[in-house]
Design a protein around this ligand. Structure first.
Ligand code: AMP
Length: 386
């Protein structure tokens, strides 16, 4: 485990804290301040113990050629001041207890991982704290060049990062069985690395969403006009063979909610087995939903990444909802449930089940890469717990 901010003496010290304040902003107004709220415990933990913080973050995708009004962190500084009940000094050199610097990505050196930019950010700070899991898989200056320049000083994980590492790394390495993974979403290509690592690690991989159709096609099942990645058919067959050899069951849908178009008023047909030409599989069918729910209910550790269908549209949302409810029920019976960020997190929030999961990751891409077993340079630069 990595050393936590809780374990270092911050009294009289300035902590340089990389946070994720990448919040949606429209016309200068913050639409959703959850990411700011989530950073509060780590910030407060430093302030309560007599430390000061300098916060650094990115926001959106500016060009990297200097200030752009649409991407300024100024509204975040104002919101943060309200939430903390203290003035946040924004983008000025200051001895204030809370300082927020302007959007790191106004400077192209951030994304380039530039060493001198890292050195500039590190100047005058005594402790480095990484609490930005969403960008932990990126070798940007604030993630890797800064901690390199703070060698010899404490470099620690914030409370959010600590929790992500605990679930996406430690829990998976020491998972209680039956250990299952539920994968869905649009593409097999995005999840090949994760499937590869999970084969031989988990007991069962349940696959829904559009990615199931590439695997079904690889097995010779007709999939009509469903989404397919033709170029991955051979690799999919290889994956199925590997799972067989390593004793991991790959469970695919046996029935489907089909339609000719994706719309809220689409007419749907349930198809069992082969899907005729002209129809697209857009959600797992009712029989599959029951069998997937059964597998969830028996599991002790559940990983979920990717929806079972086009859940954004009501006619194709029932499979994802059924699986989410089954995971919630298993969790209430003592299973550990870990949900990857992105679309599965959006689905959980759409169904109002956030409070019923053990852990919902804040990072889409980062959580998937952790599932693949990748080591992050930004994390390896933090001090180990001794
Ligand atoms: P991903 O970003 O790979 O997790 O994919 C999520 C997207 O996959 C969502 O927007 C879903 O609407 C979409 N999706 C899930 N199932 C299907 C399907 N059977 N056909 C087309 N798109 C799907």
């Amino acid at each position: 485990m990595k050393q936590s901010i809780k374990e270092v003496d911050v009294q009289g010290k300035r902590v340089l804290m990389r946070v994720d304040f990448n919040v949606p902003i429209q016309d200068g107004e913050i639409v959703d301040d959850r990411r700011i709220q989530m950073a509060l415990p780590t910030i407060q933990s430093v302030l309560e113990r007599g430390g000061k913080v300098t916060l650094i973050s990115h926001l959106g995708r500016p060009s990297g050629n200097g200030f752009e009004e649409a991407f300024t962190l100024k509204p975040v500084a104002e919101r943060l001041s309200e939430l903390l009940g203290t003035t946040v000094a924004f983008d000025v050199p200051s001895e204030a207890s809370v300082v927020l610097r302007e959007n790191l990505r106004f400077d192209e050196r951030e994304k380039a991982g530039d060493d001198a930019f890292g050195a500039m950010l590190a100047e005058g700070c005594d402790i480095y704290c990484n609490d930005a899991f969403g960008t932990a898989h990126r070798n940007h200056a604030s993630m890797v060049a800064v901690p390199r320049h703070m060698d010899g000083k404490p470099r620690v994980a914030g409370l959010l990062l600590e929790k992500e590492l605990q679930y996406l790394d430690e829990t998976i390495k020491h998972a209680q069985v039956p250990f299952i993974a539920i994968l869905g979403g649009a593409k097999v290509s995005d999840k090949l690395g994760a499937i590869d690592r999970l084969i031989g690690t988990v007991n069962t991989i349940v696959i829904g969403g559009a990615m199931a159709y590439t695997l079904l096609a690889a097995k010779g099942v007709s999939i009509g006009n469903s989404l397919v990645e033709e170029e991955l058919l051979e690799q999919s067959r290889e994956m199925l063979r590997k799972a067989d050899a390593k004793g991991t069951v790959i469970q695919l849908p046996q029935d489907h909610v089909c339609a000719t178009m994706i719309a809220d008023d689409a007419e749907t047909t349930i198809v069992r087995g082969n899907i005729p030409n002209g129809l697209m599989g857009l959600d797992i069918g009712p029989e599959t939903a029951i069998s997937f729910a059964e597998i969830c209910k028996q599991a002790k550790t559940i990983l979920w990444n990717g929806p079972m269908g086009v859940f954004e549209y009501e006619p194709f949302s029932f499979g994802t909802k059924g699986v989410a409810e089954a995971i919630a029920e298993a969790t209430s019976q003592g299973a550990v449930s870990i949900v990857g960020g992105g679309d599965s997190a959006a689905a959980i929030s759409q169904f109002g089940l956030e409070m019923q999961m053990t852990h919902i990751s804040t990072g889409g891409g980062a959580s998937l890469q952790m599932l693949e077993g990748k080591e992050f340079l930004s994390v390896s630069l933090l001090n180990d717990n001794v």
